[in-house]
Design a protein around this ligand. Sequence first.
Ligand code: FAD
Ligand code: NAP
Length: 488
Amino acid sequence: MSHLSPIRIAVIGSGPAGFYAAGHLLKDADERVEVDMIERLPTPWGLVRSGVAPDHPKIKSVTRIYEKTAAHPRFRYFGNVTFGEHVSRADLLAHYHAIVYATGSPSDRPLGIEGEELPGSHAATEFVGWYNGHPDNTDLEVDLLCSERAVVVGNGNVALDVARMLVLAPEELAPTDTADHALDVLAASRVNEVVVLGRRGPAQAAFTNPELLELGELHDADVIVHAEELERALAVHDAQAEEDVTCRKNVEILRSYAERAPHGHSKRIVLRFLLSPVALHGDDAGHLGSVELVRNELVASDDGALRASATDERETLEAGLLFRAIGYRGIALPDVPFDERAAVIPNEGGRVIDPATGSQAPGEYVVGWIKRGPSGVIGTNKKDAQETVDALLADLAGGDAGSVHVPAETDAGAIASLLRAAQPELVTYSGWEAIDRHERALGEPAGRPRVKLTRIEEMLRVAAAESPDGDEASGEQASATLSGRGPR
Ligand SMILES: Cc1cc2nc3c(=O)[nH]c(=O)nc-3n(C[C@H](O)[C@H](O)[C@H](O)COP(=O)(O)OP(=O)(O)OC[C@H]3O[C@@H](n4cnc5c(N)ncnc54)[C@H](O)[C@@H]3O)c2cc1C
Ligand SMILES: NC(=O)c1ccc[n+]([C@@H]2O[C@H](COP(=O)([O-])OP(=O)(O)OC[C@H]3O[C@@H](n4cnc5c(N)ncnc54)[C@H](OP(=O)(O)O)[C@@H]3O)[C@@H](O)[C@H]2O)c1
């Protein structure tokens, strides 16, 4: 397919998947491709800003790669614009040759047990958003004075992030970009024991080795593993785990923790296995008071994987706090196909599939967690986005009527006017740069990377006041900026 006018692509979501897709599109396409990114928050970077733990600042430096993509003259950023609220699928299909959905998995999975809604019982998604300053979670009530023990359910890296954040010493937290509201609550916390529960054994844990090793190096927390419980779980041979170098190394690290004498720190993380919560019980005040657990045994499934099966053995742990870190979950976008069971947009190699017809939805593509489910580290999304972009560009080059979509509107200014009309408080990339400068300047005196703004209104105020193109201050000027491809 040859085009005199540029190929116009809308990417929905500005996390790693959206930025890798945009980067590949701008770099790989033979034809002149223009990318517009639509993000529901004023701020970009998805979970790199609101998921990655504040004590892992080096990981966040991946945004320098995304900044290069954002600086491309054929890239535009429309922040504070929500797909499905300010702009519809039909609007985008009328203006773009293709839509790339990159909306991640913003929701959580429930445990589905009695008492899950008690005060003190939280989804890790909310807690992570709260300490990372996600505006959706700023007002979350986190009471870390109510209990000396917290329980974290799950054996993935999010469970480790949550456990670590609960025991980091104030001097470890102070130089980070933890949201100010969370710094105060964490510093005053009474929690001195965090029990992390795996429903299966150490060989089946989803931890990665550096994250598990890091637990053993905390300033003021011991890591405790009960040798008898560890070996009981390891008594059932797992052929799949045996072949996996990460699983083998995890077992080695956990055995070393089991052998090690505590340093006598004031806090502890206790890693326990083969245990599932079956009910959460309230105290007299109606707050979470205890967690009832069942002991599991490992049984082989038909595919050879070992799964947890409940025994009759029960145990109760007194605890006023519980965080379920058992995975994130994708949410359906209005008018876009959705697989409820897997909580992803149904696709084949990134091409969206309409479940009604079983065939490709022309002009619609998907990347990242909303494509393949909520797993994988930042880098996983790069290769994943490449697969989708290759499919998209192949469809355009092939010119097959079943896979190519040609929009009715080709003027790049038309969509900008539409978005501005739907969301007068739209934030352009220079608006984000103003927020970024402001946050960094606030952090500098204390040697922190930034002090995050945690409310949309504050972000809009800063974007308007400091942005050189008068981003939010002057509707007319901003509209002019957006209608051409000039300044971002
Ligand atoms: C707590 C946590 C910590 C992590 N830490 C690490 C780590 O240390 N190292 C590592 O390598 N990986 C880490 N990961 C994994 C990594 O963050 C993910 O692999 C990656 O962020 C997934 O990218 P994504 O673009 O698919 O989704 P996301 O990063 O979630 O981005 C999705 C974007 O879409 C936007 N969006 C959603 N809905 C809409 C809508 N309707 N309209 C417009 N925009 C919308 C969201 O606001 C968001 O900006 C972590 C994950 C979690 C949950
Ligand atoms: N530092 C980092 O690199 C970092 C930090 C955070 C996150 N991440 C990445 O982000 C992705 C998501 O992490 P995640 O921790 O949310 O997911 P995850 O790695 O999939 O781990 C989820 C954990 O929850 C358990 N689980 C699921 N349902 C359960 C239930 N009903 N009861 C008890 N346990 C249950 C799973 O156990 P089963 O195995 O038994 O199902 C698993 O241990 C991962 O790829 C992770 O590596 C990376």
